[in-house]
Design a protein around this ligand. Structure first.
Ligand code: T4K
Length: 371
């Protein structure tokens, strides 16, 4: 029997080729193809407006802004973070010689549980690195209270939180800085790409130096920076994608509505509902499988879906704290992280993107509902 078409967990938002070609011609004419070019500057301006943030600095991906933010804020010692994320979050600490200290998550959101922060603080703690996982906002107010009390910096990994707002305010304005990923798999992409969001012009200047080897001018290097500048082609591509990202988010929203409607009464399957006051971006649609009630384990369902060419993903399994680099840390002890382990062991992210068709959604749902 012929297999049905593959439904992937995501599919990139692509700009119109004709439109892209026009912008490419501009770039070719200008012969300025990277290093803070015309479209780079235009995209920074457009993103500030779209995201309602004061300053943004573009990067080549979503990992280097994490590494650079830690450098810029001169973070050392220990940083409190979550094991329930993509491995880049913790790797950014390791790359800076910082010891990650894992704390457990709140099962209501998948985000770092703020009530666990204080017990993890030691004299070496200098910062907190939470993640708005799946684009669900962290309790930024509570995290700020604790950070202020102990004089800690807060760097949000907001890789999933493009356009997310709480009561009309961008979630990216929380903390000392926030990072974004514009990878192909994200709600908004520049193929590879990312950004750092900051509050003031002085910090933006410093970050711009750091992403350009530390050059302040032709002859002055102010810090051991790196090369993580976005080029003109990707900035132009990003400008075009910004025009269609609202429609893409609305299309994702409609998929979420259909998934929720169909799965609400399936015994043993749970999912997150929208949070009140939050403008969501529907970047992922995780479901959680209670094997006893559903009658099948998460992995049994995952592989059954795969067999039927419905490619969900087990984001975020395995937990970061179980990888060989990190598993020896005291805070990586599974007894310290019961909720994180439970979520990692039960999650499947269903296909979620702007281009899913009615029949695709039905096929995804059929693999779950028809046991
Ligand atoms: N912090 C957090 C919390 C993150 O989630 C991430 C990245 C980062 C930091 C770091 O940001 P970046 O440095 O990556 O900008 C993906 C992405 O590579 C990664 O960006 C993302 N998080 C992570 C959660 O997922 P994979 O290894 O799962 O991607 P891959 O190649 O298996 O693609 C998944 C599916 O997407 C494919 O089955 C099909 C579809 N796809 C993918 C690509 C690349 C396409 O249709 N077209 C494509 O071009 O990591």
């Amino acid at each position: 029997m012929e297999k049905e078409k593959i439904i992937t967990v995501t599919s990139p938002l692509l700009p119109d080729l004709g439109e892209l070609n026009k912008l490419l011609k501009d770039i070719w004419n200008r012969k300025w193809i990277t290093n803070n070019g015309h479209y780079h500057q235009e995209l920074e301006k457009a993103l500030c407006e779209y995201l309602k943030v004061p300053y943004i600095s573009l990067f080549t991906n979503g990992t280097l802004p994490l590494i650079t933010a830690l450098q810029a804020l001169r973070i050392t010692g220990e940083v409190i973070t979550t094991p329930y994320s993509f491995v880049a979050t913790t790797h950014s600490l390791w790359w800076n010689g910082i010891k990650p200290v894992f704390i457990d998550i709140d099962p209501q959101t998948g985000n770092m549980d703020p009530d666990k922060i204080e017990a993890a603080i030691t004299p070496k703690t200098t910062a907190i690195m939470p993640v708005h996982v799946y684009g669900k906002p962290c309790n930024t107010q509570r995290i700020k209270e604790i950070a202020d009390k102990y004089g800690l910096k807060v760097i949000y990994d907001a890789a999933h939180a493009f356009g997310v707002e709480v009561n009309g305010e961008s979630i990216l304005n929380a903390g000392d800085m926030s990072t974004l990923s514009f990878h192909a798999t994200k709600v908004y992409n520049t193929i590879e790409g990312g950004a750092l969001v900051m509050h003031d012009a002085e910090t933006k200047k410093r970050i711009d130096y750091l992403k350009n080897f530390g050059f302040a001018n032709e002859v002055t290097v102010v810090a051991p920076g790196i090369n993580s500048k976005m080029d003109e082609v990707r900035a132009a591509y990003g400008l075009l994608n910004l025009r269609q990202v609202d429609a893409a988010i609305e299309a994702r929203h409609q998929v979420a509505i259909k998934y929720r409607e169909a799965l609400r009464n399936v015994e043993g399957i749970t999912f997150f509902d929208d949070m009140p006051g939050v403008k969501h971006n529907y970047s992922y649609f995780p479901i959680f499988v209670d094997a006893e009630k559903y009658g099948m384990t998460r992995d049994e369902l995952y592989f059954k879906m795969k067999e039927q060419n419905v490619l969900g993903r087990r984001y975020f399994y395995p937990l970061i704290s179980t990888f060989s680099t990190y598993r020896g840390l005291e805070s990586a002890n599974p007894e310290n992280l019961p909720m994180s382990h439970k979520m990692a062991d039960t999650v499947i992210c269903l296909p979620m993107h702007h281009a899913l068709k009615e029949e695709d959604i039905e096929r995804v749902l059929k693999t779950i509902i028809n046991k």
